[in-house]
Design a protein around this ligand. Structure first.
Ligand code: TXA
Ligand code: MG
Length: 343
């Protein structure tokens, strides 16, 4: 399949052409403020199937449905709980997904993986939002990466993973937040954060009071609530380890790995980079004084190692407050929770 690559500089007609492809049941990748999404008509089972095939995504992992105006939800959402409405008023359009009860027979079965709930979000990125507005359909859109890979924050990342497998890509530059939306589940008694993301737990609790977090859910050894959480995610080709310890410990780990013939790469803050003396492939992802920068550059940093001869990646763990919670969630998944801990 030929994959068209459009730039937003080509003019507004590209929105018309992209919307037409979506209406015909084809797949189009587009920028949102979090990451690039791979869109298809959420009411068309065959179109949605193309998303799963292009990504190599397991069929039991449901997709998020994207809309351009809240009134579109009348078509497919059964009911909006009061607290969910408060979050909508505060954070939409923006990086927040709500899991809500679905009206039967509206969204394609494969989009929700057979669940009777649906994840909904209204993105704030002008390109994504305009495409949704012109298409005027609920659009299922997971991150536009091959399943298991770091999510795409540039059109180039989408090309790396999906060229030849999807109909078109709209290049709207680098995404702003750089990590996916926060997913809040309203199916149970108490709102539960299934995936930390662009809106922090602190920001959500300020609006609706205490929420459960998926961490507690998993600690109780229940089945994962967001099916996506059980799969390997965000992983570059080389294995990743999180390194917790002082500079001497870092240097010791690097030396030991090199003695074993590994080519070590570091994914670290500007601050740590200025302290470590070892001459290894280092990708600096920003200052710990600006955690938003680190969030924005994380996935690109992870992907950059795939273009080097690095065989082992050592990454820095960060403080978990604010956006740090989402950063650490993605880093721990990329590392498969592997830590090297000094004393
Ligand atoms: O920022 C984002 O959310 C991006 C952009 C493109 O909007 N999309 C995204 O989609 O990250 P995806 O498919 O990569 O992640 C969706 C997550 C998965 O963990 C999935 O299991 C969960 O949301 N999810 C979707 N629908 C669900 C449902 N009905 N119940 C529970 N979890 C759901
Ligand atoms: Mg994803």
């Amino acid at each position: 399949m030929e994959t068209k690559l459009w730039s937003i500089d080509q003019g507004t007609h590209i929105y018309m052409e992209a919307a037409e492809l979506l209406r015909q049941g084809e797949t189009v990748a587009f920028p949102t403020e979090t990451v690039y999404g791979l869109g298809a008509d959420a009411t068309n089972e065959k179109a949605v199937q193309k998303i799963f095939e292009a990504k190599g995504r397991p069929a039991d992992n449901p997709l998020i449905v994207h809309i351009a105006s809240a009134s579109q939800m009348d078509e497919f959402i059964e009911r909006i709980p009061e607290k969910a409405q408060k979050l909508i008023d505060e954070f939409w359009p923006g990086p927040l997904t709500l899991i809500l009860p679905m009206k039967k027979g509206t969204i394609a079965k494969n989009a929700t993986a057979g669940l009777d709930t649906v994840g909904v979000r209204m993105p704030v990125h002008p390109v994504g939002l305009e495409l949704l507005r012109i298409t005027d359909l609920p659009i299922a859109a997971p991150s536009a990466n091959r399943s298991g890979r770091p999510s795409p924050t540039t059109a180039r990342h989408v090309e790396e993973d999906l060229t030849g497998k999807i109909s078109a890509i709209i290049d709207g530059g680098s995404t702003g937040v750089g990590l996916e939306s926060t997913v809040v589940d309203f199916a149970g008694e108490m709102p539960t954060i299934l995936r930390p993301g662009g809106v922090s737990t602190e920001q959500i609790e300020e609006v609706i009071g205490p929420v459960k977090s998926a961490k507690n859910v998993i600690a109780k050894e229940e089945a994962p609530k967001a099916p996506g959480m059980k799969y390997t995610h965000y992983a570059p080709e080389a294995p990743v380890y999180l390194v917790k310890g002082d500079v001497a410990f870092w240097e010791e780990q690097i030396e030991q790995a090199e003695q074993k013939g590994e080519s070590v790469g570091l994914l670290i803050s500007d601050e740590l980079a200025s302290e470590i003396q070892a001459a290894v492939n280092t990708i600096k992802i920003g200052s710990t004084q600006k955690m938003e920068d680190i969030a924005r550059r994380l996935y690109d940093g992870l992907r950059l190692f795939d273009h080097t001869d690095v065989t082992l990646i050592f990454a820095e763990p960060f403080d978990r407050s604010g956006i740090g919670e989402a950063i650490m969630n993605r880093l721990e998944k990329a590392a498969g929770n592997k830590y090297l801990i000094g004393d």
